[in-house]
Write a protein that binds this ligand. Structure first.
Ligand SMILES: [Zn+2]
Length: 372
């Protein structure tokens, strides 16, 4: 199967193909599939589930996790990489008795199936990994821009004046500040963009349970979580939510040849964000476990186009009709914004992603050092 063929046409197809591919390696590797489903269904009535596919030890000391679909509709690339790993790397993979490789498919299966970045409650899961929620927490400039970013209609005249207000804001404060305001996560407006939730979402609780159940004996864990939509088209940035002094960041930097950049330290294309998944996992692991994680973020289209797609999608979900021509156009643009149809883009990103997994597999067998 080529990289391009590995891209699925939908969440349902991605799930079916991956489960089938891992069942084929079960003759030579122990395989356990632990599926945690949501209470809701996909557009074809299909089950929506986080599939935690363990290859090797059930309570590993050393493990690598490759995950997809934290941001729902960003999941196509992660699924393609997971399928290629299952087909190309797993058949010859040799694991020590205490090691495991885990493919975690679709952390946000609802968003994946419905082509949304957020979950069934409009929550961005990668802002939802926190213990405390303050329902008033929101950047003051987000409050000021709320109507501009979360319109209740698409009336052309009103839209013109909203975009003019936004242009004025960006001219006054800069694009980086707008990105910070827009993307850091807000906890006040459930129908607004970048809502981080007011409690842990079901997917968040599922993921944290899986981490505490399976990694109770873990001494060393590496983790790659695939994302799309930020950066130059086709380019990858490895991003960490850890602060620059965190030993976990240094461990992550030792795994991959590409640099791993701290969003919290202002080194990344991503501005500092609240409630990140890697921080939630770090808090759920046993004390002393060495943990190196990176969000592998691949650029698709310019930030302005991606932002417009997200804004329109949020309008569609709350105020539009997915089945009318406007709704269908917005839906198609969401797919293109996060998974470009370009064969070159697909080949380049999936090939690079498999390479990242190969590098992490190579370090899986490195001895665990006390200084890590
Ligand atoms: Zn993402």
């Amino acid at each position: 199967m080529t990289e391009i063929e590995a891209f699925p046409s939908s969440y349902r197809v991605a799930r079916e193909r991956l489960l089938e591919a891992v069942s084929r390696v079960s003759t030579r590797l122990p395989v356990l599939v632990d599926s945690r489903s949501l209470m809701t269904r996909g557009p074809d009535g299909e089950t929506l589930a986080l599939d935690f596919i363990v290859l090797g030890a059930r309570q590993p000391t050393r493990a690598l996790v490759v995950s997809s679909g934290t941001h729902g509709g960003e999941g196509y690339l992660g699924s393609a990489v997971q399928l290629l790993v299952a087909q190309r790397l797993l058949p010859s993979l040799v694991l020590a008795p205490d090691q495991a490789v885990i493919l975690l498919h679709a952390i946000n299966p609802y968003g994946y199936a419905w082509h949304r970045r957020v979950n069934e409650d409009n929550i961005d899961l990668n802002r939802n990994f926190r213990q405390d929620f303050d329902p008033t927490a929101c950047h003051p400039d987000y409050v000021e821009l709320y109507d501009v970013m979360n319109p209740t209609d698409l009336d052309p005249e009103r839209e013109k004046s909203r975009w003019a207000r936004l242009d004025e804001f960006i001219t006054r404060h800069g694009m980086r500040h707008f990105q910070q305001v827009f993307s850091e996560g807000q906890y006040r407006f459930p129908a607004g963009l970048q809502f981080g939730g007011q409690a842990q979402a079901r997917s968040t609780r599922h993921l944290l349970s899986l981490v505490s159940e399976y990694f109770v004996s873990a001494k060393s864990l590496s983790w790659l979580d695939f994302h799309t939509g930020l950066g130059e088209s086709g380019a990858c940035e490895l991003i960490s939510g850890a602060v620059p002094t965190d030993p976990g960041l240094h461990y992550a930097q030792s795994i991959w040849s590409d640099p791993v950049r701290s969003a919290a330290g202002g080194e990344s294309l991503s501005t500092p964000l609240h409630g990140l998944l890697d921080r939630g996992i770090a808090g759920a692991l046993p004390a002393g476990c060495r943990f190196g994680m990176a969000f592998a973020e691949y650029g698709t289209h310019p930030l302005d186009r991606v932002t417009r797609a997200l804004r329109a999608d949020n309008w569609l979900h709350h105020h539009g009709d997915r089945n009318d021509p406007v709704g269908r156009e917005i839906d198609a643009e969401m797919i293109e914004a996060f998974c470009p149809a370009s064969p070159d883009w697909r080949q380049q990103t999936a090939r690079h992603g498999v390479g990242l997994v190969e590098q992490a597999l190579a370090t899986l067998s490195r001895p665990v050092r006390a200084d890590g």
